[in-house]
Design a protein around this ligand. Structure first.
Ligand code: BGC
Length: 385
């Protein structure tokens, strides 16, 4: 966590107050080592499976993660005065996650975003996936990785704390070939940064594109629109889509369009520009083609800043794409952890990934994983105020 000196002092004082009030101890801005993750029962699924919630804290960041879907239920950060707020959308109740979650905070697999008609051909064999978004397959199909209970293993390593989350998807699940063994590691560093490391292996050739579907509102969950958040994305091109939000294959220039976030710009500035791609998607819901391409290590690709609170989020990834989704389908029917309903644009997603529908676009970077290979990608979230 990047905090200026004034914030560090204020943050520590605020954390002390929070302890007195019984909202949990904090090490805001101290940069000291974290505590062992703590587990509590969160709820029970209809079939009797217990869902646990893990609380992690390090370097001034507080994170609560569910074993169901690896969901980040809350993520609390100090503002420029050291005052904490939960900056991610989520529910209080497991029943809401099961019944109606638009992937709040969840791990997405086997394939982040859409595959056209849920079909692809690999090594001459055609596969039909579970279709759950009109004629297309979205975020892994009807029962993606977001709707499974993961095995969770807590760890403390040096000054880091974290969780290893394991899920094995059997051959043919949701139509995908191969048994896919996935481990996702969430690490909170002593600086309060949140890192995600994804790893997977398969026993048959398959396609994989894992991501995290956190909905951010740096002013605080349920506090209103994200249209005043300033966003920067290091991308000169994006992938325009058809009306079903499947990429056409074109890598269009952002220059001179509302899609240009190469310099910090409020999300709402051009959101009503009436560009046909925005009209179709009801806002931003596109994959940006990151200028850096695929890299061996995570590189900084996006910054989100809330001018009111001063909170900032910087994202670094080794992936070639970023899906920026401006919460277009939030319609006032879901009530979040703070008791307020989420309306259109009350939170936004920044999903690091390979491009949507890559299995049907030979010209896009490949998402094929073969036996003997290990899929590995990492995304780092750095917070500041
Ligand atoms: C997609 C949106 C979708 C949302 C799920 C995003 O990743 O791009 O089209 O509605 O996830 O709520």
């Amino acid at each position: 966590m990047e905090l200026n000196r004034r914030t560090v002092i204020a943050g520590t004082a605020a954390a002390g107050l929070a302890t007195t009030l019984g909202t949990g101890s904090a090490q805001a801005g101290t940069g000291s080592g974290g505590r062992k993750p703590v587990r509590e029962l969160f709820g029970t699924l209809a079939d009797g499976t217990k869902v646990y919630r893990w609380s992690l804290e390090n370097g001034g960041t507080r994170l609560k993660v569910l074993s169901y879907g690896g969901i980040v239920q809350t993520l609390e950060l100090p503002d420029r005065h050291g005052r904490y707020a939960n900056v991610v959308a989520g529910f209080d109740d497991i029943a809401d996650y099961v019944a109606k979650s638009p992937y709040f905070g969840a791990l997405i697999g086997r394939y982040g975003n859409r595959i056209g008609k849920g079909q692809f051909t690999l090594d001459g064999t055609s596969y039909q996936l579970s279709v759950n978004d009109g004629v297309n397959s979205l975020h892994g199909g009807a029962k993606g990785f977001d709707k499974h209970v993961w095995d969770v293993e807590p760890f403390t390593e040096g000054s880091d704390v974290g969780l290893h989350l394991h899920y094995t998807s059997v051959d043919g699940e949701m139509g995908y070939p191969g048994t896919l063994r996935t481990t996702v590691t969430y690490t909170l560093t002593r600086h309060g940064d949140w890192r995600i490391d994804y790893a997977a292996t398969t026993d048959k050739a398959t396609v994989v594109n894992l991501t995290s579907h956190v909905y951010w509102n740096l002013a605080g969950e349920g506090s209103g629109t994200i249209e005043d958040h300033e966003l920067t994305i290091a991308a000169s091109r994006y992938t325009p889509t058809d009306s079903g939000l499947i990429p056409t294959g074109e890598l269009a220039e952002v220059a001179g369009t509302p899609f240009d976030f190469r310099h910090a710009k409020p999300v709402g500035r051009d959101i009503r520009a009436g560009h046909e791609q925005q009209v179709q998607a009801k806002g931003y819901d596109h994959n940006w083609v990151l200028d850096k391409g695929i890299t061996a290590r995570p590189e900084h690709i996006a910054t989100l800043r809330d001018p009111r609170s001063g909170r900032t989020l910087k994202i670094a990834t080794d992936q070639p794409g970023l899906q920026f989704y401006s919460g277009n389908f939030l319609d006032g029917t879901l009530t979040g952890t703070g008791g307020r309903t989420y309306r259109q644009g009350d939170a936004l997603c920044l999903e690091t990934q390979h491009f949507p529908d890559s299995p049907n676009h030979a010209e896009f970077p490949s998402t094929v994983l073969r036996p003997g290979q290990t899929y590995r990608t990492s995304t780092l979230h750095t917070f500041g105020a």
